[in-house]
Design a protein around this ligand. Structure first.
Ligand SMILES: Nc1ncnc2c1ncn2[C@@H]1O[C@H](COP(=O)(O)OP(=O)(O)O)[C@@H](O)[C@H]1O
Ligand SMILES: [Mg+2]
Length: 258
């Protein structure tokens, strides 16, 4: 899809990215004109082959890769090229694929540090809110984060991002490197986070699991958004599934799976 991203949901989208061009070196664009929109309360998934530029794309949205053309608007504000540390206050929290927790610190200290930008009086109540949302973390609050299971680590990484009560949570491959059991834990957790009113944009390799919790998805190919649609429709589109999702699709008639 080219041109302005058209929201499929009612109201103004929370995030509107138009014709984004971004890369690591001048004159070498990795993201080459990508447009997406994310409606309030949606889970939107960005899929695509390895090296398509998915990480670069969301890092550019999150202020971590320089944008040379196009715009990123969050809740109507132009946040193009606003650095990541400033975006936290504007309501965008980014969870990187790796190194998203401090392994030697306790779970509680990880949350405290993540809440460092909050007024002091808000930190403890916010940690309590995270423990209510992620009960697994309470029991292990004094444990070094490096001792957590893969799934619990991702839970902590998400809890850290949620400390500042963002409008938009952006995640780079939250299920990467996890065993199948933890993959479902992570996606169930993201569904629970969405139910608290947080809008979610995520990049995933695990197309099936991501489309199962997502509302809409985009397929990024060579730095451009090549397909867009309802999550279920994309999964059931044979051309998209076989070309870009790297997995054979399951037809609804053959067990209702998507
Ligand atoms: N830090 C970097 N510096 C230079 N090039 C990079 C960097 N990170 C990624 N790239 C390049 O950007 C392209 C897209 O990578 P990436 O955004 O990681 O894709 P994906 O997440 O879809 O696998 C690749 O060709 C990769 O080599
Ligand atoms: Mg990537």
């Amino acid at each position: 899809m080219t041109g302005a991203a058209e929201p499929l949901v009612a109201g103004t989208p929370l995030l509107v990215v138009e014709n984004l061009v971004a890369g690591y070196e001048p004159g070498v664009p990795i993201v080459r004109g990508a447009s997406i929109s994310v409606g309030r309360g949606e889970i939107v998934v960005v899929l695509g082959p390895n090296g398509a530029g998915k990480s670069s794309f969301i890092k550019a949205i999150a202020g971590l890769v320089p944008v040379s053309a196009g715009t990123v608007r969050l809740d109507g504000d132009d946040i193009t090229n606003v650095p990541a540390h400033r975006l936290v206050r504007r309501g965008l929290a980014f969870v990187p694929q790796t190194e998203n927790i401090f392994p030697l610190m306790s779970i509680e200290d990880n949350l405290k540090v993540a809440g460092g930008v909050l007024p002091k009086a808000l930190i403890a109540p916010r940690i309590a809110a995270m423990y209510a949302l992620f009960p697994d973390l309470v029991e292990r609050r004094r444990t070094a984060a490096g001792n957590l299971s893969g799934g619990q680590r991702q839970m902590l990484a998400v809890a850290r991002a949620l400390m500042v009560d963002p409008k938009l949570l952006v995640l780079d491959e939250p299920s990467a490197g996890l065993s199948p059991k933890f993959v479902s834990t992570v996606f169930e957790m993201l569904s629970a986070v969405r139910r608290t009113g947080v809008t979610i944009l995520l990049v995933e390799q695990n197309a099936k699991a991501a489309l199962a919790i997502g509302d809409r998805a985009y397929v990024l190919v060579e730095g451009r958004d090549a397909h867009e649609g309802a999550a279920a429709d994309l999964w059931n589109d044979p051309a998209v599934a076989e070309l870009y999702l790297g997995q054979r699709h399951a037809r609804p008639a053959e067990g209702g799976e998507r």
